[in-house]
Structures are given as C-alpha cells and as structure tokens.
Design a protein around this ligand. Structure first.
Ligand code: PT1
Length: 278
C-alpha cells in the first residue's frame, strides 16, 4: 500500500502512481513550448487526469542537460497561475517541480500538495521551506548541475554513491524537522549519469527498496532511451520508455513520472496485476 498525503488530498493506492509531466517552459524538450498559455496548460492537465494521472507535476525551469536556470520571478510567473488554475478546477493532487524555496512556498499557497526537487532541498532555505510547508517531498539525486552534469560524469560505484547521497539527504531532512514519512526518493536518471550509470541504476533499483521510502523514477523520453535505440529522436521513444517503466515497477518503484499518461497507466495496471499475483 502506498500512501501520500498531499495537503489534505489523501491518496492511498494499491498500485504504483502515475505522475503526469506538465512543463511550462518554452524550451521544454517534449512539448516544444506548446503548453505555455494558461488555457493550453489547463487542457493538458485535464487530459492527463482523464487518462488516469494520479498527480500532475508542474515545472517552470528546464533541468535537462545543458539548460540554464531561470530567475525566481520568471519561474513564479510560469508556474503559479497554472497551479492555481489546476487546483481550482481539478481535485487531482499537484506537485511543483522546483528547487527554489520561494517557488515552493507560493506553489503550496496556490494549492500544490507536493514538492519535487531535483536538488533534493540543497538550495539555501529549501529545507526550511519544505519543513514549514509540511507537504511530501521527492528528493532526487543529481551529480553537478544541469548546465554541466553530462560532461564526463564519474562514479566509483553509481548505485552505492546515489544511495549514500539519498540517505544523507533523508538525514538532513529529519534534522530539519521533516519527518521521513513525508519523503520520496528518486535516483535521478540522466542527471549526471552516462548510459552505463543509468542502466546500472535501473537494474539495481531494488537495492534502494530497503531504505523504506517510496521510490520515484523518471525516464520518460530521456536521452538514455534514445541512446539504446540508435539515437532515436524524442518523439520515437514511447515504447522504450514503457519498457523502463515495467522494469522499475518490478523492482519496487512506487511512482513513475511520465509524459505519456494513457499508455503508462495501462502498463502500470497490467504489470502491477502480475506483480500482485501469487
Ligand atoms: C526526474 C525528473 C524530474 N526529470 C524527478 N523530477 C526531469 N523527480 C525533471 C535527457 O537526458 O527524473 N525525476 N524533473 C527532466 N530532466 C531531464 C534530464 C530530462 C535529462 C531529459 C534528460 O534527455
């Protein structure tokens, strides 16, 4: 049983959750700036909910390799109206994909029920903000920063090091007054990892299970899928992405962060039926 309390939207699930990605960035890799107006963002959110999304992840700062950050004001202008509009209309929980404490605060005030931070609350003030807000937090591993993280990432043992990092961040959260029960963990596929690192993390995802916190994974349409398929462009990566979902579920993932909600919900339903059988 998976349990996540998103600011009063208590969700108990007997199967892993599907988090639908809503990028509100003009340069986003998979929606080409399509979802920039409030109306388009809202209709995309509605569509993902109709397709069975359990939670909508709203992000205004691209974190894909090579990208630059955006200013606080820019990020607020992008995500806050979208979160407010979704929360006013749709009961589905919303998470905010941000590393900035002020964005976390305003997003939760606008109705967001979860924080998804690729920096794992390492920005100054982020631990404090998340502690004050009392919503669940997804802590993700990233080596370096988006602008340069893919320049020769190196590990002695990627699985051990990512695990150590996440456990350390959990300790930091607990010391800052954020209870363990509020935390989810994500190994951060393609965040300062080469293909071998990513494959090793996926194959060994089960080694994170005994930390005892729900695992989130995001591989949807990422470069690691493209690399395994002769450099297939983004729009041809759905089937490969679904294969990674099955393998992550088999290894205990509690939540998958994806663009293609309808397809992923079918995969999750079928895979979890098999996994629940005797
Ligand atoms: C993720 C994630 C995220 N990914 C969580 N949040 C992104 N919790 C944004 C590429 O190499 O995995 N987990 N928020 C998107 N980031 C990337 C990174 C997108 C790399 C694409 C690539 O293609």
């Amino acid at each position: 049983m998976i349990r996540i309390d998103c600011a009063g939207k208590l969700t108990e699930f007997s199967r892993p959750l599907v988090m639908g990605i809503l990028n509100v960035t003009p340069d986003s890799f998979s929606d080409g700036g399509e979802h920039f107006s409030l109306d388009l963002a809202l209709s995309r959110a509605r569509q993902m909910v109709n397709e069975g999304a359990d939670i909508i992840d709203v992000g205004g700062e691209s974190t894909r390799p090579g990208s630059q950050g955006v200013s606080l004001q820019q990020e607020l202008d992008r995500v806050i109206p979208v979160i407010a509009a979704i929360c006013a209309e749709i009961p589905t929980p919303v998470s905010v994909d941000t590393s900035k404490p002020q964005v976390m605060r305003e997003a939760v005030a606008a109705g967001a029920g979860m924080i998804n931070d690729v920096m794992a609350l390492r920005q100054p003030g982020a631990l404090q903000a998340a502690g004050d807000l009392e919503v669940p937090v997804c802590l993700m591993h990233m080596l370096g920063e988006p602008r340069s993280m893919q320049q020769r990432p190196a590990y002695r043992d990627v699985v051990v090091e990512v695990r150590q990092f996440l456990e350390e961040r959990v300790e930091n959260c607990e010391r800052a007054g954020i209870p363990r029960e509020k935390l989810l963990l994500d190994p951060g596929f393609c965040f300062g990892k080469n293909l071998d690192h990513n494959l090793s993390l996926l194959k060994n995802l089960g080694k994170f299970a005994d930390i005892g916190l729900p695992l989130v994974v995001g591989m949807s349409r990422k470069s690691m899928i493209g690399k395994m398929l002769d450099d297939r462009p983004v729009d041809g990566r759905l089937f490969g992405s679904l294969a990674t979902v099955v393998m992550a579920l088999e290894r205990g993932a509690a939540m998958v962060r994806v663009h293609d909600v309808a397809a992923t919900v079918d995969v999750v339903r079928v895979a979890s039926a098999v996994l629940a059988s005797t």
